[in-house]
Design a protein. Structure first.
Ligand code: ZN
Ligand code: ZN
Length: 412
């Protein structure tokens, strides 16, 4: 075998080193098929070797914790890929039909994984000959399907090959999926190190339905955000809504809040870049927006660390002042927005850091999205003579820049 493998490597190296730009279309297509088939056959050969290595416990003899760990170290592949390899190698060893199918490239590796999983599920649930029949049916009748469809076919295969046990197995499969969904539920928020955080996780069907039901009403189409951007904003808005209520459990004696420490330049009356208590940096724009209606701790810039006397009571739209804003604006005051008050921050038209008051005639309710829009600075908010807020669009929206109002919340 050693000699054959040497030749094989030479031939593969030759193929990989051959320029393909000169091939006519038909040859190009048949070549891709040929290389793909050869890959599947070689994968079968590799799995046979893995199985034998595993069977002889070579990895354990070499102090590896498992065959998968050993493969990871040797082949520099992920532990996930290594485990899948060991699992499939084990199934091929017991299932000559599937083994022959992969070895002749009648199915590819992805399909083989699906067939293997189906057989394994069936062997615990049905008579052995049912698993045999399912294996044969999937390989002979359905190998033309790509993995996503094959997986669906496989899920229904029992109804096809053994309708009498299908119902029972279905129920158990649902229970098994549910149990797995419960056990693997997870949520992580990781710093990507480039100013972004990555959300990953798993939910069971019920939890996903709850999250979707809460997010969907906040995800109405609009022109300047993609659907996924809207969903991201919606998640944050839901958390802001929860923070505004008194229903969240206290965190070390305090109401849960975001806390930002921010240098305040007294001479220029300006807030600089700030820091969250988790250590992340926020831009000056983000700081100004948060400072409108969140708990922040301003620090005198370049001073002796003395905390500046900008009391929260003077900065935040709370209590009677917030109720007065709600009564006047009825919700987000941005033109055309229908977001109700509980989704809104109080925004300072003239920022408190530059001397603006926390008062009714300097405040306006804005939803999270429109609060960001206003702080970006293209739209301008101002108080009209009748004491109601109005908004001046940027010239690219309206060359005449006529002030607009929100008529959505206005009471008759
Ligand atoms: Zn603001
Ligand atoms: Zn709005």
């Amino acid at each position: 075998m050693r000699e054959v493998l040497e030749q094989l490597k030479d031939l593969a190296g030759h193929c990989a080193g051959t320029p393909v730009w000169s091939l006519p279309d038909t040859d190009l297509v048949s070549a891709v098929h040929a290389v793909h088939d050869a890959e599947q056959m070689l994968a079968a050969a590799k799995l046979h070797l893995v199985r034998e290595i595993d069977g002889r416990s070579l990895p354990v003899a070499q102090e590896a914790a498992s065959t998968a760990v050993w493969l990871r170290e040797r082949l520099h592949i992920s532990i996930h890929a290594a485990r899948r390899m060991v699992d499939l190698a084990g199934v091929l060893d017991k299932r000559p039909v599937l083994d022959a199918a992969l070895s002749s490239a009648a199915v590819n590796v992805e399909q083989a994984h699906i067939v293997a999983k189906t057989i394994q599920d069936l062997t615990c649930e049905a008579e052995p000959d049912v698993a045999d029949l399912a294996e044969k049916t999937l390989i002979e009748d359905h190998a033309g399907w790509e993995p996503a469809i094959l997986r669906k076919v496989a899920a229904r295969i029992l109804a096809h090959v053994a309708p009498e046990v299908a119902e029972d197995a279905d129920r158990r499969a649902v229970e098994r999926d549910e149990k797995r969904a419960q056990q693997t539920r997870a949520f992580t928020l990781t710093n990507n190190g480039d100013g972004r955080f990555r959300l990953t996780g798993w939910l069971d069907a019920e939890a996903a339905a709850i999250v979707n039901a809460a997010l969907d009403p906040l995800c109405k189409p609009d022109t300047d955000r993609t659907p996924t951007q809207r969903r991201a904003d919606a998640l944050v808005e839901i958390c802001q809504l929860a923070l505004r209520t008194t229903h969240l459990p206290e965190n070390g004696g305090d109401r849960p809040q975001i806390v930002v420490t921010v240098p305040y330049d007294v001479a220029r009356k300006e807030l600089r870049q700030g820091q969250l208590d988790t250590g992340e940096t926020l831009t000056a724009e983000q700081v100004r927006r948060l400072a409108c209606d969140s708990q922040i701790i301003p620090m005198v810039l370049g001073g002796d660390g003395q905390v500046l006397d900008v009391g929260q009571s003077r900065r935040l739209f709370t209590g009677p002042l917030r109720r007065a804003l709600v009564a006047r604006d009825g919700g987000c005051a941005f033109p055309g927005c229908d977001r109700p008050p509980q989704w809104c921050d109080g925004h300072h038209i003239r920022h408190w850091a530059t001397g603006g008051d926390t008062a009714l005639n300097n405040g306006v309710l804005l939803c999270g999205h429109h609060h960001r829009v206003i702080h970006r600075g293209e739209w301008e908010a101002r108080m009209a003579d009748d004491g109601r807020p109005e908004f001046i669009p940027p010239a690219y929206v309206d060359p005449e820049r006529k002030p607009r109002r929100n008529i959505y919340h206005r009471r008759p």
